[in-house]
Design a protein. Structure first.
Length: 562
């Protein structure tokens, strides 16, 4: 088989996300039943709907069961249901979720908690992945909360010095920087994914100027060698006891905590979008698998209407929605097709770009590409088969009107929210993001907790460049707090958005809190330049893989010390 499966016993195999096209191969391999443990419309929403998979599986003579498990909600009850299904379904059975991890954990959980005595359950609490840090205790059924498969058993003897939640740019970068400063630190990185992505290049991929294969590496290859990788999802916090609770029930102890899991792409908030992504001319550069589809649509569109959208803030890289428009329009202009294509940019905001200094230069390109701008326009529904998008447009009096627009190509930027385990925790601010002092990036109520990257509440632009500067602030201030010193390193809100206005030219927008311009180079920052394109397409990816993720703090000079 071309899909990779893992055998758990003679009857059960697990794998990652499957597609409808995989089902014939699965049936030919002899599988009699499939269990779907991935909820519909989960992040990475190019997945087929469970009912579509069920119909196709049944047509091939296989049983299909939908048993969704949301990341962070694994329970003994769900595991028991899973194991009951295994006993009832014909074998062999193939279970899947996004990576196969949840399916495997459902299988293992009941077996791990088999009690030595009829009245007790065996519970393992893991504060680290070293053998001597595991404690097995017995908890009576009558006193145990069945929603929690494990209990905390951490103390200072087996807690990590630093636990980092998130294996993205911020998480890997800050762990590497801390280890560069203090090689003896015991650092754990909590990250469920097995791939690491250089997302800033996906816009270039969508414009045909970058190879998608160069934007992904194995997570194991970017985790700092001296850090421990805990491949699991965080599910919640117990800050009073210095614990992070995992989705599989374990609890990880820490002396200091750094929270940087990024934001969640909420594709499901736009009705009909998850079902049509990657087909019917609907695409997004915000997804690894879809950026090449953007380029395919751009190349093949000869005439018609192209819609580009931007949701309400905050989002990752506020300039990315219009970058997609610029690169596609530049291709159509260079190939004498723009006269036959109507280009329209629908943004939920009231301005083209949040820093006013850059708007005049950007407007010159809007005019060059004859793009129509529609402000206060929010995409709320997509009918992919009918090639129709629905927008809620707010007028100057605040009245909202639902407007239908047909399209031949639709580039969507999804709404973006903090992960549920942050949003529902007492550590979040009113908007659901992880609360920090925006200057020190320290939590205002827990001095041993810091946050950076897209999930933190600091009102800066959510970009990898911002994380690069924040890494220094967090690393220095965390060590200061550890040693009883004042957190003296101050973040100035630096963020950067290389605006790819055409293939070969970039406006390098660098700014801080309040829209203050913070250019790295002594050049007029509002002028599009070939030099900035080379930075974006050549130098910045190299610096990312070889500098930022290695703890080398190059080009971080705009941060200050109080």
């Amino acid at each position: 088989m071309s899909i990779v499966t893992t055998k758990l016993d003679e009857k059960l195999f697990v794998t990652g996300q499957i597609r409808i096209d995989d089902l014939a191969e699965i049936a030919a391999a002899g599988y009699k039943a499939i269990i779907c443990n991935r909820p519909d419309h989960e992040e990475g929403a190019t997945q087929p709907a469970s009912n579509e998979l069920e119909q196709a599986a049944n047509a091939l003579g296989m049983k299909f069961v939908y048993l969704p498990v949301v990341i962070g909600s694994l329970s003994v009850e769900k595991s028991q249901t899973f194991n009951k299904l295994l006993a009832e379904l014909p074998g062999p059975v193939l279970a899947f979720c996004n990576t196969g991890n949840r399916s495997r954990k459902l299988y293992e959980l009941v077996r791990q908690n088999q009690a030595p005595d009829a009245g007790d359950e065996t519970v393992t609490a893991a504060c680290s992945w070293t053998g001597d840090a595991l404690e097995t205790i017995h908890v009576p059924h009558a006193t145990r909360d069945q929603s929690m498969p494990t209990v905390a058993a951490c103390n200072w003897g087996n807690a990590f010095d630093v636990v980092v939640i998130g294996g993205g740019a911020a998480g890997i970068g800050v762990a590497a920087s801390l280890l560069h400063r203090r090689p003896a630190l015991r650092i754990a990185i909590i990250e469920p994914g097995d791939k690491h992505y250089y997302q800033p290049a996906w816009t270039l991929v969508g414009g045909g100027a970058y190879d998608i294969a160069q934007t992904v590496r194995n997570m194991a290859d970017v985790i700092p060698p001296k850090a421990e990788w805990i491949q699991a999802a965080a599910a919640g916090f117990d800050p009073e006891n210095n614990l992070v609770n995992l989705a599989d029930g374990r609890s990880i102890g820490y002396r200091q905590l750094i929270v940087c899991p990024g934001v969640r792409l909420a594709w499901e908030k736009i009705e009909g979008l998850p079902e049509t992504l990657g087909k019917n001319g609907v695409t997004s550069n915000y997804h690894f698998e879809l950026a090449p589809y953007t380029w395919s649509l751009t190349k093949n569109l000869k005439s018609g209407k192209a819609l580009f959208t931007q949701p309400p803030m905050p989002i990752k890289c506020a300039g990315a929605p219009q970058k997609a428009l610029y690169l596609s329009s530049d291709y159509w202009l260079r190939h004498d097709m723009l006269d036959k294509i109507d280009v329209e940019f629908n943004t939920a905001g009231a301005v083209l770009f949040g820093v006013a200094d850059f708007v005049p230069s950007l407007m010159e390109y809007v005019k060059r590409y004859r793009a129509k701008l529609v402000f206060n326009s929010t995409l709320v529904k997509v009918d992919g088969a009918g090639k129709t998008a629905f927008f809620d447009i707010k007028d100057s009096d605040g009245k909202i009107t639902r407007v239908e627009k047909t399209f031949d190509m639709l580039h969507v930027v999804p709404p973006q929210v903090a992960p549920d385990f942050i949003r529902q925790s007492p550590l979040a601010d009113a908007a659901g993001f992880f609360e920090v002092n925006p200057k020190t990036l320290q939590h205002p109520r827990y001095a041993n907790i810091f946050s950076l990257g897209d999930a933190c509440s600091s009102p800066n632009a959510k970009t990898a460049a911002a994380a690069r500067k924040q890494i220094v602030i967090v690393a220095e201030n965390l060590l200061a707090a550890k040693e009883g010193r004042e957190c003296s390193h101050i973040y100035d809100g630096y963020g950067a958005c290389p605006l790819t206005v055409e293939n070969g030219k970039v406006i390098l927008a660098e700014f801080g809190f309040g829209g203050k311009l913070l250019p790295t180079f002594p050049l007029n920052p509002v002028v599009p330049r070939r030099f900035s394109w080379l930075l974006k397409a050549k130098l910045f990816p190299w610096l990312y893989w070889n500098g930022m993720l290695k703890g080398r703090e190059w080009l971080t000079g705009s941060t200050g010390v109080s």
